[in-house]
Design a protein around this ligand. Sequence first.
Ligand SMILES: O=C(O)CCC(=O)C(=O)O
Length: 245
Amino acid sequence: MAGYQEQGYVYLENFFSETEIEAIEKILRKFHEKWLEDNVAYYEKGLLNSHSLTSGNYLNQEEKTALFQFISQDKLQAILKTVFPKTPIFLNTQLFFDPKNSEQKNYWHRDIQYTGMSVEEQKTAIQNQNVVHFRIPMKKESGIELVPKTHREWDLLEEFEVRNSLNGAVPSDNLKRGKVIGLNRGDVLVFSANMIHRGIYGQDRFSLDVLFCDDIPQMRNFIDRNNYPSKEILENLNNTELFEL
Ligand SMILES: O=C(O)CCC(=O)C(=O)O
């Protein structure tokens, strides 16, 4: 995909048709409604995303099948082929929405900083481990701000201090190299979780993230099999190698 290997992200406008988005939107809304009923206390405390839409019982078999068909469709597969060095594997899904408190600040991070690896291990890992987000907004949103090329390059001092709250910096401070990618319904932003990035809240955002990762033992540890399609669902999918554990 043009630019991904060098920049760490690729933004594709009008990638999905209205029909394609409609096929999943109802399902995402249903999941969110049920999730909120059970998680209102966390939402009130500031939680701004849910995950694991394909496990549990908020969605029925038919809805999970439609979601997996969306996730494994050829169009996304074609992008995966250009982004990953080898066939990747499905990791999980997330939904992003606005925090309840509109004053809540966002936070720069690399996903890898939450894995318990030392900084030295993280520096090595971003060279050869890949987790990729497909951000798929259901409505116009302010999007994601990211620092291009940091999927393989380590932080400037300012960036390291901001995302780790060092020397008086806080994770919501602006970064000089930040680039905002605003998104519309139908667009997709593919970006490496290795990158320094943050969500931009507002506009009552409602976005699906689908995550894929390298099919390697270190990554398999993060996979929850409950998120994977059942045998019956697999029979209705193409590109099933994404789900071969
Ligand atoms: O949209 C957000 O609030 C944060 C997104 C993010 O950090 C991620 O997808 O890893």
